[in-house]
Design a binder for this molecule. Structure first.
Ligand code: PLP
Length: 371
């Protein structure tokens, strides 16, 4: 595996969990690392590069404009700042002090999650609404800077439909930001939300796009993308601590090209094959029941296997098994769920690792069988 990690005493792991930031997100293909290495070898004007890369990414993803952030969460900061300041340098200078500026963001109560800290870091107050149109109408005021939508596993239950959310916001001149950080696949999401009318959409570069882990995309309206750039590094504004390097800029462009060029149908079929093979083999093991589950925990359009244990019969809980896999050699990360079940995900595995995961899982389960 990796000498580099071994020398540091850090064990690499097989990731059957998800494009989880804590586990390294995803693995960059050679096209991406080659572009980054080439970019690292010489100086360039960073603002010029950002504009050129953004133009190319916008064309490739059927968007008006694009900006490379250092992650989707950084994109949420810049997008919120952009909706407040436009291209007014005095307002940019004041952030996160919002005296005299719009200071409210409307959001579905059900969409509240840890990543909205990025939005709040600009100084705004989140005004929560339920799923009725009148609630959104009542929540919008002259202080409203933006309407914020998170697309994820929590989206859809009792929400306004996104189209209606956008229509109400636009009727009041309020721009809409969509956090779609983990919403790939399907690849079409790169243009689906903007084509629905969202003004800015944030994606993570380090999840299924397979770009640099510290990269992200903002896609959307030209004037707002420009305001994001002005609020961002290298300008000494609110986005300056979220610096994007030349390597990340060319790396995410290479990743977007690579991702658009994938045979997504073949990839989906391969994921289905892995899940079907896992379920067939695991259902042969006494005390174990496995089934296909869709979509996955982040709401991504990828199947996974749900593994359910007869814990009394096996004499071990799902948590015990998750821990044994992680402590094993190789170390294997699966997705915990509850005391009797967990998930295994196919889409973050390197070629051949699906068989390794299965072999070790079955060995642990057989070992637990009463003799
Ligand atoms: C992963 C994630 C983020 C953060 O993305 P980064 O690229 O790691 O900054 C934000 N929002 C949601 C919903 C996510 O899943």
């Amino acid at each position: 595996m990796s000498d580099l990690y071994a020398q540091l005493g850090v064990r690499p792991l097989i990731n059957a969990l998800s494009t989880y930031t804590k586990l390294g997100g995803s693995i960059m293909p050679p096209e991406v690392t080659a572009a980054m290495a080439e970019a690292a070898a010489c100086h360039v004007n960073l603002e010029e590069l950002q504009v050129a890369v953004g133009k190319r990414i916008a064309e490739l993803t059927h968007n008006e404009a694009a900006y490379v952030s250092c992650g989707a969460a950084a994109g949420l900061v810049l997008a919120t700042a952009a909706c407040i300041t436009g291209d007014d340098p005095a307002a940019m200078h004041e952030l996160p002090d919002l005296t005299g500026l719009k200071n409210e963001v409307v959001v579905h109560r059900s969409h509240r999650n840890g990543y909205d800290h990025a939005v709040r870091s600009v100084g705004v107050r989140l005004v929560e609404i339920g799923g009725a149109a009148w609630e959104m109408e009542a929540a919008i005021s002259p202080a409203t800077a933006m309407a914020f939508w998170t697309q994820g596993a929590m989206t859809g239950y009792n929400d306004l439909p996104l189209e209606q959310f956008i229509a109400i916001a636009h009727a009041h001149g309020v721009p809409v930001l969509v956090d779609a950080a983990a919403q790939l696949p399907p690849v079409e999401n790169l243009w689906r939300f903007t084509q629905m009318g969202a003004d800015l959409v944030a994606f993570s570069g380090g999840k299924d796009l397979h770009g640099p882990q510290t990269s992200g995309l903002l896609l959307g309206r030209q004037d707002l993308i420009r305001a994001c750039a002005l609020n961002g590094s290298p300008n000494a504004n609110i986005g300056r601590p979220m610096k994007v390097g030349k390597e990340e800029m060319v790396g995410i462009l290479a990743a977007v090209k690579w991702y658009l060029g994938l045979d997504h149908a073949a990839r989906a079929a391969e994921h289905e094959r892995m899940v079907a093979d896992w379920c067939a083999a695991l259902n042969q093991v006494p005390g174990v029941c496995a089934e296909r589950s869709f979509p996955n925990g982040a709401g991504q359009a990828v199947p996974r296997a749900k593994v359910m244990l007869d814990t009394a019969r096996l004499g071990l809980t799902a948590d015990d098994l998750v821990r044994r896999l992680l402590d094993g050699d190789p170390s294997i990360a699966v997705a915990p769920n509850d005391a009797t079940s967990f998930y295994i995900n196919p889409y973050t595995l390197n070629p051949g690792e699906d068989a390794i995961v299965l072999t070790h899982l079955v060995a642990h389960l057989r070992q637990a069988q009463p003799q």
